[in-house]
Design a protein around this ligand. Structure first.
Ligand SMILES: Nc1nc2c(ncn2[C@@H]2O[C@H](COP(=O)(O)OP(=O)(O)OP(=O)(O)O)[C@@H](O)[C@H]2O)c(=O)[nH]1
Ligand SMILES: [Mg+2]
Length: 600
């Protein structure tokens, strides 16, 4: 015979014996509870002054007998909930309430989180007999957004709810609703922001807004967003257990398939939260990594993203593999290559080492290619800036190209280079790079170090800022911090305030003056001549880089022997300045499809 669970300490042997005998009882499959079982429970309950509960399966057999205290009953672990599944648990909870109280918050939470078929509370009367019965079952999605329905029966003899048919009908409804949702195919996410001592409300709100953009970029449908303010993060659940429960309940109501946290979760928080729900859990870093994985085009890019994902995942792998299997596909589980993430730690470690080697090797190639590409030792101008600032649009405007530019974060992953011709036959190579973002995951910075190496070759960095974004100050600071991280703090740079077409006239110029920047609109080309003049001055004013002796002046290296002969510069008349040609070996920009292209 199975054991009695829960708060059994201090029970008399006779009471324990009576409780054990409960396992022998059964009710018919349709009834919530039989009058006999109810009476047995209320009698023992009165005698022990504790709540007594049973979990009944769909055949009506007793699966567990649980003892609580006078006010509540804690259910044993009945296995992880299978939310996302349209089925219910196949168990109903029938327990006693000693003070005539209705179903409690805990009762409802258990009903929803454990996906029980039903929860019932039988009132214990003073004479030990069963009184009214309160019960609740889940509801299918409804316009009121109600999660469950509460009912009361005046006595156990007047219970006319068919528990079995009710549960089966509900499962049908859930399955239907899910099938409809699925046709959309998108993940449905609840976003959770977090603010506290370290990050105030305004900052947390702004960050949550940005997370929304990230989610949109990742192709996730955001169905709800909530901000939790709390002095200090909860070490286990970040936002605290109660709040997490609320969110999980809400996610069930809204049929969410994932919860995305705006803060990064520690490995232990990720584990605890994953244990509290079976929804997919993602944090900010994982979402960013996923976007990168979706967007990586080049061999380099794919390897770098995979490396970053594995490095992030590695400390989060703990013996059991179900946190892994939930990462097996879709948002957050997307590997850029064929590799599924369902591999154990050891293999992850081996893979990390192998990736690092390959990236290194590619890095050497890249270095060579760069040298060949720039055999003439042209000055290099690199565009950097916050994601979505308009870097690619600026490159396009300056060089008449059509590099992909769109209103999404991280449109650009792979560096793209073009030649940009100034008046007087002066030429530079201009490079577009991956956008930066605040709290850029360190693993990602590391992984992309190879790509960002290009920046170390730059003679001048154009730091592009979206001057119409209210968060531009933080964005500038975030970019500066990352540049410093990359050892580029000393690089010469020019601040370019973009999108001034969105500002009231003359405000752009005033801002630019204030910050010693150049105000432009890459969209309307406003301010571009001034920008070019400024660049020209910075690049050539000191005579360091002058056409003709650039090779020695730059790095003392001549053109690689197998590099193609650079085409003679076209005459001014043929090619109005400024204008661009793609770097040698590449067809003209207009001939290529409008996808990301790299110069190799
Ligand atoms: N109004 C206006 N919109 C602009 C301007 N420059 C760029 N945009 C828009 O801003 C959005 C982002 O532009 P991108 O050029 O893709 O930005 P990016 O900095 O390359 O972004 P990532 O590669 O994603 O980091 C696009 O929708 C552009 O059309 C501008 O001067 N004015
Ligand atoms: Mg871009």
């Amino acid at each position: 015979m199975q054991d009695v669970l829960g708060n059994t300490l201090g029970l008399k042997p006779s009471q324990l014996h009576a409780l054990r005998r409960t396992y022998r009882r059964r009710v018919d499959a349709q009834s919530i509870v039989s009058p006999e079982l109810a009476r047995h429970l209320t009698e023992v309950s009165l005698e022990t002054n504790r709540q007594i509960g049973v979990l009944l399966d769909r055949k009506g057999d007793v699966q567990a007998v649980v003892v609580g205290d006078a006010k509540k009953l804690e259910l044993p672990d009945v296995g992880r909930s299978r939310a996302g599944d349209s089925r219910l648990r196949g168990l109903r909870l029938v327990h006693t309430h000693l003070n005539g109280e209705p179903l409690s918050r805990d009762d409802h939470t258990d009903l929803a989180l454990l996906r029980l078929d039903l929860v019932a509370a039988v009132e214990v009367q003073d004479d030990g007999l069963p009184g009214r019965v309160h019960y609740a079952h889940l509801l299918p999605e409804n316009p009121q957004g109600a999660m469950w329905k509460d009912e009361v029966a005046p006595s156990v003899h007047e219970l006319d709810y068919d528990a079995l048919s009710g549960a089966l009908a509900l499962e049908d409804e859930f399955a239907r609703a899910r099938a409809i949702r699925r046709t959309g195919g998108k993940e449905r996410a609840i976003l959770v922001g977090f603010g506290g001592r370290e990050r105030g409300r305004l900052e947390a709100e702004a960050s949550l807004e940005e997370l929304r953009e990230l989610a949109r970029t990742a192709g996730v449908e955001v169905i709800d967003a909530t901000l939790q303010l709390r002095r200090d993060p909860d070490p286990r659940y970040l936002i605290g257990k109660g709040k997490l429960e609320d969110i999980v309940l809400r996610s069930m109501q809204l049929m969410a398939t994932m919860i995305v946290f705006d803060s990064n979760l520690s490995p232990s928080q990720a584990r605890h939260i994953a244990e509290a729900t079976s929804l997919k859990i993602l944090d900010r870093t994982q979402l960013i990594l996923d976007i990168f994985a979706q967007r990586a085009q080049s061999a380099d890019g794919k390897l770098q993203v995979e490396l970053a994902q594995l490095q992030y995942l590695y400390p989060r792998l703990v013996g059991r593999d179900d946190s892994l299997s939930r990462l097996a596909g879709g948002i957050g589980g997307r590997g850029p290559g064929e590799t599924k993430l369902e591999i154990d730690r050891r293999r992850v470690r081996d893979r990390i080492t192998a990736l690092q080697r390959r990236i290194e090797a590619l890095g050497e190639n890249r270095h060579l290619r760069r040298k060949q590409r720039n055999a003439r030792g042209l000055p290099v101008l690199s565009i950097v800036g916050y994601t979505n600032a308009g870097k690619s649009t600026l490159l396009n405007a300056l060089t008449d190209s059509d590099v992909l530019a769109e209103d999404k974060l991280f449109a650009t992953l792979d560096p793209t280079s073009r030649r940009l011709r100034f008046p007087r036959d002066r030429e530079v190579i201009i490079t577009d790079t991956v956008g930066f973002i605040r709290d850029l995951p360190p693993d990602l910075v590391n992984a992309f170090r190879a790509t960002l190496e290009e920046l170390t070759d730059a003679d001048l960095l154009l730091h592009v800022v979206d001057a119409s974004d209210p968060r531009q100050e933080e964005q500038i600071a975030a970019v500066e911090a990352i540049l410093k991280d990359l050892g580029l703090a000393e690089k010469r740079r020019l601040l370019v305030l973009n999108k001034i077409d969105r500002l009231p006239a003359s405000e752009g110029a005033a801002l630019a003056h204030q910050r010693d920047a150049v105000a432009v609109s890459a969209a309307t080309r406003d301010g571009l001549p001034a920008l070019l003049a400024r660049c020209e001055k910075l690049l050539w004013a000191d005579g360091r880089v002058a056409l003709g002796d650039v090779v020695e002046a730059r790095d003392g290296e001549g053109r690689a022997p197998d590099a193609p002969e650079p085409a003679p510069p076209p005459r001014e008349a043929e090619r109005p300045a400024p204008s661009a040609t793609p770097v040698e070996g590449e067809p003209g920009p207009r001939l290529l499809p409008a996808t990301l292209r790299r110069v190799s």
